[in-house]
Design a protein around this ligand. Structure first.
Ligand SMILES: Cc1cc2nc3c(=O)[nH]c(=O)nc-3n(C[C@H](O)[C@H](O)[C@H](O)COP(=O)(O)OP(=O)(O)OC[C@H]3O[C@@H](n4cnc5c(N)ncnc54)[C@H](O)[C@@H]3O)c2cc1C
Length: 529
C-alpha cells in the first residue's frame, strides 16, 4: 500500500519529530525571545475542510485514473513551503484542484491533456509536490483545474552499464532510483534535501540542486536526453554525451517548470558507487575566513563532493547564539582512487585561512561524527521542524541566491542587514539570520539564508510573506538571483520578471505558443500565457 504523505506539511503522515527533539528546540527559541512558551495550534485534520465542489465531471474512460476525493484534492492544493503550511494551519484551502489524474503511461498523459483542452481546464504537472514556490498551486483565477501527478510512472526502465546511464520515468521518487540500482555498481547520487518526497521529473523541471557542492550541483548535467508529452505531441531528444548542434533541446525543458510539457522519461548520467571517501569538518574563526578558504579550494580545482560552509550557531547544537565561528563540512569521494592527497591539499588551504580540522581528516566515517555529523542529522531532520514552527507562530524560513566572489562580502553584509531590519520592522522584535554555502563555484557561492523571528499569530501569514518577499526582492535588486535551486514558480515571478531579459521572456512565450497554444499548462509560472 502507498504510504500516505501529510497533506498539510512535509513528510509522511506516520512520522514526526520526537518530544526529545521538539522540547529543547522550543525552549531554546522561547529563551531567545524572552517568552515563557507558545500557544500551539493543533495540526489540521482532513474533516475540518469543506472543499469547493469539483467543477468538472470525469469522462467514463478516464475514471480509473482520476480522483476527486477530499484527501487527494487537499494533498495536491499546496506545496511544502512555510507559507503553505501556514495556510493549512489556518484551514484555508479556497482553490483545490477539481480533479487529480494519475496517468499510468504517456498515452494516458496525452488523453488527460486532450480532456483538459476539451473542457477548458488548466493542467498542472505534479511530481512529489515538494515545490516551495507555489509551482503546483491552483489559482483563484483558474476556471477548472486538473492536476496531473506522474506518481505511477515510477520505474527505472533500462540501465546502460557501459555508458553509465539509465532511462528512468519522470514520476519516480529519489529513494526508488537508488533502490532500483541497488544491485548495480552504479548510482545517481542526486541527494537534494527533499529527495525522499520529490521526483526525477520535478528535479528536471525545476533545475534542482543536489548534495554535490561542486561540479554536478544542478540536475542539468545529469540529463542525457528527455521525453516530453506536450499538448502538441510527444518529443524525444537524442541520447548523446555532448553535442554542439545548436541550442540544446534538453536545456529548453530543464527548468521549464511544467509550462511546456510533462517530462515523462529521461536518460540520466550515473557514476560508480564511491568506495573511497575522505571527510573532515574544519572550524574557522568566522564565516569570511571560511569563505576565503572555500574560494581558494574551488579555484584550486579540487572539487570536493561536499563543501558546505555553515555558521556554527546554525549547524552545531549547543553553540551559543553569540558565537560567530563557522564550520566547513568537507568531503571527497571516488570509486577509483584514494583521496588523501586531495584532502591534504584542501586542509592546507584551510590552514592558510586559520581553519582547523575538528575531526580526523582521513577517517572514513568522520562525515557521520562531530560537526559534520551534526550538520548531516540536521539536514535530514530540519524540514520536519517547519510545521511545528508554524503551529507556534515562529518565523522560520530560508531564501537562497548566488553572487560572484568579487561582490560577495558586500552583498552578504547588505542582505543580512536588510533582513534583520525587515524582521524588526514587521514583527517589532529582533530576529535571527544565518548564512551557509550549499553549492560553490570557482566564481562564487550559493548563499542560503535562514531567518527567524516571532510572529503575531493573528497576522502570521501576512508578516511571513512580507519578510520573505522583501528579502527576495532585495537580493535581486542587489544583483543576485531570485533563486539558486528552488525554482521560480508563482512566488518568485515578480522578482524573476526583473531578473531575466525581456527579449528572453518573449522567446519563451513563443516556445510556449508552439507547444501549448491554448496555454493549458501551469499558467502564471515563469511567464504569463
Ligand atoms: C524540505 C524541502 C527541501 C528542499 N530541498 C531542496 C534541495 O535541496 N534542492 C532543490 O533543488 N530543491 C529543494 N527543494 C525544493 C523542491 O524539492 C524541488 O523544487 C524539487 O525539484 C521539486 O520536485 P517535485 O517532484 O516535488 O516537483 P513538484 O513540487 O511536484 O513540482 C515542481 C514544479 O515542477 C513541475 N513538474 C513536476 N513534475 C514535472 C514533470 N514530470 N514534467 C514537467 N513538469 C513537472 C510542476 O508543475 C512544478 O512547476 C526542497 C523542498 C522542500 C520542501
Amino acid at each position: 500500500m502507498r504510504r500516505q504523505k501529510k497533506f498539510y506539511a512535509w513528510g509522511y503522515a506516520d512520522e514526526d519529530l520526537t518530544a526529545d527533539e521538539i522540547g529543547p528546540w522550543e525552549r531554546e527559541i522561547a529563551a531567545r525571545y524572552g517568552i515563557s512558551g507558545f500557544e500551539v495550534t493543533p495540526p489540521p485534520r482532513e474533516e475540518e475542510f469543506t472543499l469547493r465542489k469539483p467543477r468538472l465531471d470525469v469522462p467514463t474512460a478516464l475514471q480509473p485514473i482520476v480522483r476527486q476525493d477530499r484527501l487527494t484534492r487537499l494533498e495536491h492544493s499546496y506545496g511544502k513551503a512555510g507559507f503553505d503550511a501556514t495556510r493549512m494551519f489556518l484551514r484555508e484551502v479556497p482553490n483545490p484542484p477539481d480533479a487529480v489524474a494519475f496517468p499510468e503511461n504517456e498515452a494516458d498523459v496525452a488523453r488527460v491533456l486532450e480532456w483538459c483542452d476539451r473542457v477548458g481546464a488548466v493542467a498542472i504537472p505534479y511530481g512529489g509536490g515538494s515545490s516551495v514556490v507555489k509551482g503546483i498551486e491552483p489559482q483563484a483565477t483558474f476556471d477548472k483545474v486538473v492536476t496531473i501527478s506522474l506518481r505511477h510512472m515510477d520505474r527505472v526502465l533500462e540501465v546502460d552499464t557501459v555508458s553509465e546511464a539509465a532511462r528512468i520515468q519522470g514520476g519516480i521518487y529519489g529513494p526508488a532510483i537508488e533502490d532500483a540500482l541497488r544491485d548495480s555498481p552504479l548510482t545517481m547520487r542526486h541527494y537534494m534535501q527533499a529527495y525522499r518526497c520529490s521526483t526525477l521529473g520535478g528535479w528536471i523541471a525545476t533545475r534542482s540542486g543536489g548534495h554535490y557542492a561542486t561540479l554536478y550541483t544542478h540536475i542539468d548535467d545529469f540529463v542525457e536526453s528527455l521525453r516530453v508529452v506536450t499538448p502538441q505531441g510527444t518529443l524525444e531528444t537524442r541520447r548523446l554525451p555532448g553535442s554542439g548542434a545548436g541550442p540544446s533541446p534538453d536545456r529548453m525543458f530543464i527548468g521549464s517548470e511544467g509550462i511546456l510539457g510533462l517530462i515523462t522519461e529521461a536518460w540520466v548520467r550515473l557514476r560508480k558507487k564511491p568506495t573511497f571517501r575522505a571527510a573532515a569538518s574544519v572550524r574557522f574563526p568566522d564565516f569570511f575566513a571560511g569563505a576565503d578558504a572555500v574560494r581558494a579550494i574551488t579555484q584550486a580545482g579540487l572539487y570536493p563532493a561536499n563543501c558546505r560552509l555553515l555558521e556554527a550557531r546554525e549547524a552545531v547544537p549547543g553553540t551559543a547564539w553569540s558565537d560567530t565561528s563557522a564550520v566547513l563540512v568537507l568531503a571527497f569521494e571516488s570509486a577509483d582512487h584514494p583521496l588523501d592527497a586531495w584532502m591534504k591539499r584542501a586542509l592546507e588551504i584551510c590552514a592558510d585561512y586559520r581553519g582547523r580540522p575538528d575531526a580526523s581528516a582521513d577517517e572514513e566515517n568522520s562525515h557521520r561524527s562531530g560537526a559534520a555529523g551534526a550538520w548531516r542529522n540536521k539536514f535530514i531532520r530540519a524540514p520536519h521542524y517547519s510545521e511545528h514552527a508554524v503551529a507556534r507562530g515562529i518565523l522560520s524560513s530560508t531564501f537562497e541566491t548566488s553572487m560572484t566572489w568579487d561582490r560577495f562580502r558586500e552583498f552578504h553584509a547588505a542582505v543580512t542587514a536588510f533582513t534583520q531590519a525587515k524582521i524588526r520592522e514587521v514583527t517589532g522584535r529582533e530576529g535571527s539570520i544565518t548564512c551557509r554555502f550549499t553549492h560553490v563555484y570557482p566564481d562564487g557561492p550559493c548563499l542560503y539564508f535562514t531567518f527567524g523571528g516571532l510572529l503575531d499569530k493573528r497576522r502570521q501569514l501576512e508578516q511571513f510573506m512580507e519578510v520573505l518577499s522583501s528579502c527576495t526582492a532585495e537580493t535581486v535588486a542587489r544583483g543576485g538571483t531570485t533563486t539558486h535551486h528552488h525554482a521560480v514558480g508563482r512566488f518568485h515571478r515578480p522578482f524573476y520578471d526583473k531578473q531575466r531579459p525581456e527579449l528572453f521572456a518573449r522567446a519563451l512565450r513563443g516556445a510556449k505558443r508552439e507547444l501549448d497554444p491554448k496555454g493549458l499548462l501551469n499558467p502564471g509560472v515563469l511567464i504569463d500565457p
